[in-house]
Design a protein around this ligand. Sequence first.
Ligand SMILES: [Zn+2]
Length: 285
Amino acid sequence: MRPCKLVLCAIFALVAASQTSAQTKQAKQGKTDWNAPFPAHKVIGNVYFVGSAELASFLITTPQGHILINSDFEATVPVIRASVEKLGFKFTDIKILLGSHAHGDHMEGDALVKELSGARVMAMEQDVPWLRKMTPGNKPHPIDKVLKDGEQVTLGGTTLTAHLTAGHTPGCTTWTTKVDENGKSYNVLIVCSVGVNPGTVLVNNKDYPSIADDYARSFKVLRTLPVDVFLGAHGSFYNLSTKYASLQKGGANPFIDPAGFKAYLDDKERAFNTELAAQKANSKK
Ligand SMILES: [Zn+2]
Protein backbone atom coordinates (compact mmCIF):
# COMPACT_ATOMS: atom_id res chain seq x y z
CA MET A 1 0.00 0.00 0.00
CA ARG A 2 2.78 2.31 0.90
CA PRO A 3 4.30 2.76 -2.59
CA CYS A 4 0.81 3.29 -3.91
CA LYS A 5 0.27 6.11 -1.45
CA LEU A 6 3.56 7.62 -2.43
CA VAL A 7 2.52 7.55 -6.07
CA LEU A 8 -0.75 9.21 -5.17
CA CYS A 9 1.15 11.83 -3.19
CA ALA A 10 3.40 12.46 -6.14
CA ILE A 11 0.38 12.81 -8.43
CA PHE A 12 -1.29 15.23 -6.02
CA ALA A 13 1.93 17.20 -5.75
CA LEU A 14 2.24 17.36 -9.53
CA VAL A 15 -1.38 18.44 -9.95
CA ALA A 16 -0.98 21.07 -7.23
CA ALA A 17 2.26 22.34 -8.76
CA SER A 18 0.79 22.57 -12.24
CA GLN A 19 -2.27 24.39 -10.85
CA THR A 20 -0.06 26.89 -9.03
CA SER A 21 2.06 27.49 -12.08
CA ALA A 22 -1.08 27.86 -14.22
CA GLN A 23 -2.47 30.40 -11.76
CA THR A 24 0.84 32.30 -11.67
CA LYS A 25 0.96 32.22 -15.45
CA GLN A 26 -2.60 33.49 -15.61
CA ALA A 27 -1.88 36.27 -13.11
CA LYS A 28 1.15 37.32 -15.10
CA GLN A 29 -0.82 37.01 -18.31
CA GLY A 30 -3.58 39.15 -16.80
CA LYS A 31 -1.13 41.90 -15.97
CA THR A 32 0.50 41.62 -19.39
CA ASP A 33 -2.90 41.88 -21.02
CA TRP A 34 -3.67 45.04 -19.04
CA ASN A 35 -0.49 46.57 -20.41
CA ALA A 36 -1.02 45.36 -23.95
CA PRO A 37 -1.12 48.22 -26.45
CA PHE A 38 -4.48 49.61 -27.54
CA PRO A 39 -4.86 51.86 -30.60
CA ALA A 40 -4.27 55.50 -29.65
CA HIS A 41 -7.22 57.60 -30.76
CA LYS A 42 -8.90 60.96 -30.52
CA VAL A 43 -11.85 60.80 -28.12
CA ILE A 44 -13.27 64.27 -28.73
CA GLY A 45 -11.93 67.82 -29.08
CA ASN A 46 -8.43 67.93 -27.58
CA VAL A 47 -8.87 64.72 -25.56
CA TYR A 48 -6.97 61.63 -26.76
CA PHE A 49 -6.77 58.06 -25.46
CA VAL A 50 -3.14 56.99 -24.98
CA GLY A 51 -3.56 54.11 -22.51
CA SER A 52 -3.29 50.34 -22.80
CA ALA A 53 -5.84 47.59 -23.35
CA GLU A 54 -7.30 48.05 -19.87
CA LEU A 55 -5.57 51.03 -18.25
CA ALA A 56 -7.00 54.31 -19.45
CA SER A 57 -4.65 57.26 -19.87
CA PHE A 58 -5.72 60.48 -21.51
CA LEU A 59 -3.68 63.18 -23.21
CA ILE A 60 -5.27 66.61 -23.23
CA THR A 61 -3.41 68.72 -25.74
CA THR A 62 -3.02 72.48 -25.64
CA PRO A 63 -0.89 75.02 -27.54
CA GLN A 64 1.20 75.40 -24.37
CA GLY A 65 1.94 71.72 -23.81
CA HIS A 66 -0.10 68.76 -22.69
CA ILE A 67 -1.73 67.25 -19.65
CA LEU A 68 -1.50 63.50 -19.06
CA ILE A 69 -4.01 61.76 -16.82
CA ASN A 70 -2.73 58.42 -15.43
CA SER A 71 0.82 57.15 -15.79
CA ASP A 72 -0.46 53.61 -14.95
CA PHE A 73 2.09 50.91 -14.03
CA GLU A 74 5.74 51.75 -14.72
CA ALA A 75 5.56 48.97 -17.32
CA THR A 76 2.73 50.82 -19.08
CA VAL A 77 4.74 54.04 -19.54
CA PRO A 78 6.47 52.89 -22.79
CA VAL A 79 3.02 51.93 -24.16
CA ILE A 80 1.70 55.41 -23.31
CA ARG A 81 4.75 57.08 -24.79
CA ALA A 82 4.41 55.14 -28.06
CA SER A 83 0.72 56.14 -28.25
CA VAL A 84 1.49 59.82 -27.66
CA GLU A 85 4.12 59.74 -30.42
CA LYS A 86 1.89 57.77 -32.80
CA LEU A 87 -0.64 60.60 -32.56
CA GLY A 88 2.11 63.03 -33.54
CA PHE A 89 2.67 64.60 -30.13
CA LYS A 90 5.87 64.81 -28.11
CA PHE A 91 6.13 63.05 -24.75
CA THR A 92 8.43 65.87 -23.61
CA ASP A 93 5.59 68.36 -24.23
CA ILE A 94 3.66 66.86 -21.29
CA LYS A 95 3.74 69.66 -18.72
CA ILE A 96 1.31 68.34 -16.10
CA LEU A 97 0.71 64.81 -14.87
CA LEU A 98 -2.53 64.04 -13.02
CA GLY A 99 -4.03 60.79 -11.80
CA SER A 100 -7.28 59.02 -10.98
CA HIS A 101 -6.28 57.47 -7.67
CA ALA A 102 -3.39 56.16 -5.58
CA HIS A 103 -3.33 52.59 -6.85
CA GLY A 104 -0.35 51.21 -8.76
CA ASP A 105 -2.29 50.55 -11.95
CA HIS A 106 -2.99 54.27 -12.32
CA MET A 107 -0.13 56.16 -10.69
CA GLU A 108 2.86 53.84 -10.21
CA GLY A 109 4.53 55.32 -13.31
CA ASP A 110 4.47 58.93 -12.03
CA ALA A 111 8.21 59.08 -11.22
CA LEU A 112 9.15 57.60 -14.60
CA VAL A 113 6.84 59.95 -16.55
CA LYS A 114 8.28 62.91 -14.66
CA GLU A 115 11.81 61.70 -15.36
CA LEU A 116 11.10 61.31 -19.09
CA SER A 117 8.99 64.43 -19.64
CA GLY A 118 9.77 66.87 -16.83
CA ALA A 119 6.02 67.17 -16.11
CA ARG A 120 4.79 68.61 -12.82
CA VAL A 121 2.93 65.97 -10.82
CA MET A 122 -0.26 67.04 -9.06
CA ALA A 123 -2.33 64.90 -6.71
CA MET A 124 -5.40 65.16 -4.47
CA GLU A 125 -4.35 65.83 -0.88
CA GLN A 126 -6.16 62.81 0.64
CA ASP A 127 -4.21 60.45 -1.66
CA VAL A 128 -0.80 61.94 -0.82
CA PRO A 129 -0.03 59.55 2.11
CA TRP A 130 -0.86 56.55 -0.11
CA LEU A 131 1.23 57.93 -2.99
CA ARG A 132 4.22 58.50 -0.69
CA LYS A 133 4.26 54.72 -0.15
CA MET A 134 4.33 54.07 -3.91
CA THR A 135 8.05 53.90 -4.65
CA PRO A 136 8.81 51.56 -7.58
CA GLY A 137 12.54 50.78 -7.74
CA ASN A 138 12.87 52.84 -4.52
CA LYS A 139 12.16 56.03 -6.45
CA PRO A 140 10.31 58.49 -4.19
CA HIS A 141 6.86 59.43 -5.50
CA PRO A 142 7.06 62.92 -6.98
CA ILE A 143 4.37 65.40 -5.87
CA ASP A 144 4.88 68.96 -7.08
CA LYS A 145 1.46 70.29 -6.18
CA VAL A 146 -1.20 69.10 -3.76
CA LEU A 147 -4.77 69.64 -4.98
CA LYS A 148 -7.96 70.25 -3.02
CA ASP A 149 -11.50 69.21 -3.88
CA GLY A 150 -12.86 71.47 -6.63
CA GLU A 151 -9.45 72.87 -7.55
CA GLN A 152 -8.88 73.70 -11.20
CA VAL A 153 -5.83 72.89 -13.28
CA THR A 154 -5.37 75.16 -16.29
CA LEU A 155 -2.95 74.95 -19.20
CA GLY A 156 -3.06 76.60 -22.63
CA GLY A 157 -6.76 77.52 -22.46
CA THR A 158 -7.95 74.14 -21.13
CA THR A 159 -9.27 73.83 -17.59
CA LEU A 160 -9.73 70.57 -15.72
CA THR A 161 -11.60 70.39 -12.41
CA ALA A 162 -10.61 67.90 -9.70
CA HIS A 163 -13.65 66.44 -7.93
CA LEU A 164 -13.00 64.45 -4.78
CA THR A 165 -15.00 61.23 -5.19
CA ALA A 166 -13.47 59.21 -2.37
CA GLY A 167 -14.10 55.66 -1.21
CA HIS A 168 -12.09 53.56 -3.66
CA THR A 169 -9.16 55.54 -2.20
CA PRO A 170 -9.37 58.55 0.18
CA GLY A 171 -8.34 60.96 -2.59
CA CYS A 172 -10.04 59.31 -5.57
CA THR A 173 -10.36 62.07 -8.16
CA THR A 174 -12.89 62.42 -10.95
CA TRP A 175 -11.78 64.88 -13.61
CA THR A 176 -14.10 67.05 -15.68
CA THR A 177 -13.45 69.45 -18.54
CA LYS A 178 -15.26 71.05 -21.46
CA VAL A 179 -14.32 70.50 -25.07
CA ASP A 180 -15.49 71.96 -28.36
CA GLU A 181 -16.18 69.82 -31.38
CA ASN A 182 -17.81 71.00 -34.61
CA GLY A 183 -19.01 74.21 -32.94
CA LYS A 184 -20.63 72.37 -30.03
CA SER A 185 -19.50 72.25 -26.41
CA TYR A 186 -19.38 68.95 -24.49
CA ASN A 187 -18.89 68.08 -20.82
CA VAL A 188 -16.23 65.40 -20.47
CA LEU A 189 -15.99 63.32 -17.28
CA ILE A 190 -13.24 60.84 -16.38
CA VAL A 191 -14.62 58.86 -13.46
CA CYS A 192 -12.08 57.80 -10.83
CA SER A 193 -13.76 54.55 -9.70
CA VAL A 194 -16.64 53.85 -7.39
CA GLY A 195 -16.03 50.12 -7.53
CA VAL A 196 -15.57 48.09 -4.36
CA ASN A 197 -12.60 45.74 -4.85
CA PRO A 198 -12.88 42.21 -3.44
CA GLY A 199 -11.73 42.22 0.16
CA THR A 200 -12.38 45.93 0.71
CA VAL A 201 -13.45 46.51 4.32
CA LEU A 202 -16.44 48.87 4.45
CA VAL A 203 -17.38 48.34 8.12
CA ASN A 204 -14.98 49.19 10.99
CA ASN A 205 -12.10 49.90 8.63
CA LYS A 206 -9.33 51.04 10.97
CA ASP A 207 -7.12 52.41 8.17
CA TYR A 208 -9.96 54.27 6.50
CA PRO A 209 -12.82 54.81 9.00
CA SER A 210 -14.96 57.04 6.72
CA ILE A 211 -14.80 54.69 3.71
CA ALA A 212 -18.52 53.80 3.52
CA ASP A 213 -19.67 57.41 4.04
CA ASP A 214 -17.20 58.54 1.39
CA TYR A 215 -18.55 56.05 -1.17
CA ALA A 216 -22.12 57.17 -0.42
CA ARG A 217 -21.14 60.83 -0.81
CA SER A 218 -19.31 60.11 -4.08
CA PHE A 219 -22.38 58.53 -5.69
CA LYS A 220 -24.32 61.69 -4.80
CA VAL A 221 -21.60 64.01 -6.10
CA LEU A 222 -21.18 62.09 -9.36
CA ARG A 223 -24.90 62.25 -10.05
CA THR A 224 -24.77 66.08 -9.89
CA LEU A 225 -21.99 66.47 -12.47
CA PRO A 226 -22.94 67.30 -16.06
CA VAL A 227 -21.79 64.54 -18.43
CA ASP A 228 -21.88 64.18 -22.18
CA VAL A 229 -18.66 62.24 -22.75
CA PHE A 230 -18.21 59.38 -20.28
CA LEU A 231 -14.64 58.16 -19.69
CA GLY A 232 -12.95 56.42 -16.77
CA ALA A 233 -9.75 55.12 -15.21
CA HIS A 234 -10.25 51.70 -16.80
CA GLY A 235 -11.42 51.22 -20.39
CA SER A 236 -13.89 48.59 -19.17
CA PHE A 237 -15.73 51.24 -17.07
CA TYR A 238 -16.99 52.85 -20.27
CA ASN A 239 -16.90 49.89 -22.68
CA LEU A 240 -13.88 51.18 -24.53
CA SER A 241 -13.38 48.26 -26.91
CA THR A 242 -17.00 48.27 -28.10
CA LYS A 243 -17.00 52.06 -28.48
CA TYR A 244 -13.64 52.05 -30.27
CA ALA A 245 -14.97 49.48 -32.74
CA SER A 246 -18.01 51.66 -33.34
CA LEU A 247 -15.77 54.74 -33.76
CA GLN A 248 -14.10 52.97 -36.71
CA LYS A 249 -17.47 52.69 -38.47
CA GLY A 250 -17.99 56.47 -38.38
CA GLY A 251 -21.25 58.19 -37.47
CA ALA A 252 -22.07 59.66 -34.09
CA ASN A 253 -19.24 59.82 -31.55
CA PRO A 254 -19.77 56.70 -29.38
CA PHE A 255 -18.03 58.30 -26.41
CA ILE A 256 -20.95 60.72 -26.02
CA ASP A 257 -22.87 58.48 -23.66
CA PRO A 258 -24.59 60.12 -20.65
CA ALA A 259 -26.87 57.08 -20.32
CA GLY A 260 -23.82 54.82 -20.08
CA PHE A 261 -22.52 56.90 -17.18
CA LYS A 262 -25.83 56.65 -15.34
CA ALA A 263 -25.88 52.88 -15.89
CA TYR A 264 -22.30 52.63 -14.58
CA LEU A 265 -23.27 54.55 -11.41
CA ASP A 266 -26.44 52.49 -10.88
CA ASP A 267 -24.49 49.26 -11.25
CA LYS A 268 -21.67 50.29 -8.87
CA GLU A 269 -24.05 51.79 -6.30
CA ARG A 270 -26.09 48.59 -6.23
CA ALA A 271 -22.90 46.53 -5.75
CA PHE A 272 -21.71 48.88 -3.00
CA ASN A 273 -25.03 48.74 -1.12
CA THR A 274 -25.16 44.94 -1.36
CA GLU A 275 -21.60 44.57 -0.07
CA LEU A 276 -22.17 47.12 2.72
CA ALA A 277 -25.35 45.37 3.88
CA ALA A 278 -23.56 41.99 3.89
CA GLN A 279 -20.61 43.34 5.87
CA LYS A 280 -22.94 45.09 8.37
CA ALA A 281 -24.90 41.86 8.89
CA ASN A 282 -21.66 39.93 9.32
CA SER A 283 -20.27 42.40 11.86
CA LYS A 284 -23.32 41.89 14.10
CA LYS A 285 -22.81 38.10 14.27
ZN1 LIG B 1 -8.04 51.20 -8.09
